[in-house]
Design a protein around this ligand. Structure first.
Ligand code: NAP
Ligand code: HSE
Length: 462
């Protein structure tokens, strides 16, 4: 049986038959040969990490890992990783189809070429390690099905929360639990920006530039700051936790572009820290789940409020284990490389012992599973308005909230903001997102309201 890879209009015939590849594996001896697609931040990090700890891993695993080919886009580029020129090629197909390559590592990002790379490798029966959450979010169902069909495996520990082994924890450590809630600070770039804005009063754009320089941000960084990267990761965690592959289009996503220094300060005065929080919560018995990502007010007393900088944390509530917290670096070269190494170890052992399905990468088992529409999700809220400071305005706004059955738990008009218009902060009781959105649309139309209302959810972690 032989595989094929499309290349432009024509078809690039793969010389390697799967039978020959399997023959190579039985003669595997003690060395698994890797082909890496992508030699940037993460690819370079994996190369350097294996140089440093490859011998140690070989001792621990009883099998060595050797990088034999690396595909990049630009052969002339200066690289911080010391990848020998002789390993480089600008054609990923050469790497995937090389009969010497047992295991393919996809580290280019994006969803088009990356999908081709992963499918081509899986069709050859070669296991694939990827850090690409955008790819999994968009095409996970297809890729896991391809891995199963071709009797191989897809490993993706590095796709969520950098150096934190959260995929393994959910698949293995929590296998005996129903996950009733999961909260994640899963985007290092956003957490780095929000932390520096809060602690240093730093400017959004300047901190984002630092995050890019440090290799935390995606290309383009809009994926981070508009919440999509966190949504891809939260969707992957939700899928693992609830047994149906979450369609990214059903996830409610809001980023951090609109978070101002004023909101960070007022939230702080009220005892909260603003975090971009991924949430996966069981809603009732019918398999419906809240899956969302939005900036959230976290009580300062909660452990997630003190997860700062590029660090990520995932808080998991299992029906048997209770609460557990996973904390670590969420982005950057070495943290991500560490997660890739962990997958390489699993993949190498699976190859060595021929246990391709020791642990299936993802098993759909929840037929009635569905993401609940965000309009039905209930939470508490922080609302900041900018209003003309005159009698009757507060009463009018309170009436509009009351008409939609939304209770106000407190109102604050911070001092020191005297002028034509002043900030007015409302903390609201539990209400559906739909009701609050409707009330704010009405409130925004009042002549006394001078700017678009800011609405942030407040999480109590109950
Ligand atoms: P990056 O620094 O931009 O590196 C991408 C690499 O892919 C570069 O070496 C590039 O080649 C190569 N490449 C792009 N298109 C290619 C093609 N068609 N053929 C061959 N090579 C190609 O990106 P990164 O930060 O390493 O991210 C890689 C993946 O890891 C992404 O999926 C990302 O979401 C994920 N990830 C990143 C982090 C992080 O902290 N950076 C953390 C977790 C997961 P050139 O070098 O020649 O341009
Ligand atoms: N851009 C991502 C982040 C990289 O900032 O979290 C890690 O997945």
């Amino acid at each position: 049986m032989s595989g094929s890879v499309s290349k432009g209009q024509g078809v690039f015939k793969i010389a390697l038959s799967r039978a020959v590849f399997r023959g190579k594996l039985t003669a595997l001896m003690r060395q698994v040969k890797l082909g890496i697609i992508g030699g940037g931040t993460v690819g370079g990090g994996v190369y350097e990490a294996l140089r440093r700890n490859g011998a140690l891993m070989a001792l621990r695993l009883g099998v060595g890992l050797e990088i034999v080919r690396v595909a990049v886009r630009d052969l002339k580029k200066n690289r911080s990783a010391r990848i020998p020129r002789a390993l480089l090629t600008a054609d990923w197909r050469e790497v995937v189809c090389d009969p010497e390559v047992h295991l393919v590592v996809e580290l280019i990002g994006g969803t088009t070429v990356a999908r081709e790379v992963v499918l081509a490798a899986l069709r050859l029966g070669k296991p694939v390690v990827t850090a690409n959450k955008a790819l999994l979010s968009a095409h996970g169902k297809e890729l896991f099905a391809a891995a199963q069909k071709h009797g191989t495996n897809l490993y993706y520990e590095a796709s969520v929360a950098g150096g934190i082994p959260i995929i393994k924890a959910l698949r293995e450590g929590f296998v005996g639990n129903r996950i009733t809630a999961l909260y994640g600070i899963v985007n290092g770039t956003c957490n780095y920006i929000l932390t520096r804005m809060k602690l240093e009063g730093a400017d959004f754009d300047a901190v984002l530039a630092d995050a890019q320089r440090l290799g935390y941000a995606e290309t383009p960084p809009d994926l981070d700051i508009d919440g999509h990267d966190a949504a891809h990761k939260t969707g992957i965690l939700a899928s693992l936790a609830h047994g149906f592959w979450v369609n990214p289009k059903t996830v409610c996503v809001e980023g951090i572009r609109h978070i101002s220094a004023l909101d960070i300060k007022f939230a702080g005065d009220l005892g909260y820290t603003i975090k971009l929080l991924g949430m996966v919560k069981k809603m009732g018995p019918a398999g419906r789940v809240q899956v969302s990502v939005y900036p959230t007010l976290v009580p300062n007393a909660h452990v997630l409020a003190s997860v700062n900088g590029v660090f990520n944390a995932v808080f998991v509530r299992g029906d048997i284990a209770g609460d557990a917290l996973f904390y670590g670096r969420g982005a950057g070269r070495d943290a991500t490389a560490s997660a890739v190494l962990s997958d390489l170890a699993d993949a190498a052992l699976d190859l060595k012992f021929g246990t391709k399905h020791r642990l299936p990468p993802f098993v759909p088992h929840q037929r009635s599973g569905a993401v609940a529409p965000i309009e039905e999700v209930v939470s508490q809220y922080f609302v900041r308005l900018n209003v003309v400071d005159r009698p009757g305005v507060l009463a009018r706004i309170a009436t509009l909230f009351g008409q939609l059955n939304i209770g106000i738990s407190s109102v604050i008009q911070p001092e020191g903001h005297e002028g034509k218009s002043v900030p007015l902060i409302f903390m609201l009781h539990y209400a559906t997102h739909g009701a609050v959105r409707k009330a704010l649309a009405r409130i925004a139309r009042l002549p006394a309201v001078k700017a678009r209302p800011v609405m942030l959810r407040v999480e109590s972690f109950e």
